[in-house]
Write a protein that binds this ligand. Sequence first.
Ligand SMILES: [Fe+2]
Ligand SMILES: [Fe+2]
Length: 143
Amino acid sequence: MQNYFSIPNAAIFDHELIDSGHKAIVDAMNEIVKAFNDDPGSECLPLLRRLDDAMRSHFAEEEAIMETVNYYDVVVHKDQHQDILGKLNKIIESYIAGDSNCVEQVHNLFHIAVTDLMQADLPLKSFLEGIGYIQKQNREPVS
Ligand SMILES: [Fe+2]
Ligand SMILES: [Fe+2]
């Protein structure tokens, strides 16, 4: 399957729970884009709901880690999670209402999810590395 979205190297934590959560989100997004591309009229509601589940699970797990380690920016980071869930919910509602702009909205949301959300996770990653919760990586920068 062609992947439309992927996790930037910098956003890989080398932490099983966080990385698998991000993968589940990106996998769900790729499936939705593929479904819309194959057939704009295809039944995407179960896929959208699966994405919602994947996001909620990951956010809950990530927030539990943030609480455990007393992450300094936990309130703002939780707000960002809520914000994207709200946007996804609006898309699900407009999809149910038969809004034909759904494909575009999905693309916009995914752009936000991959850029902003992953960006928001980067300071968390640095923090977790700083306290030794995860190993600092020596990855080659992606060109
Ligand atoms: Fe996050
Ligand atoms: Fe995350």
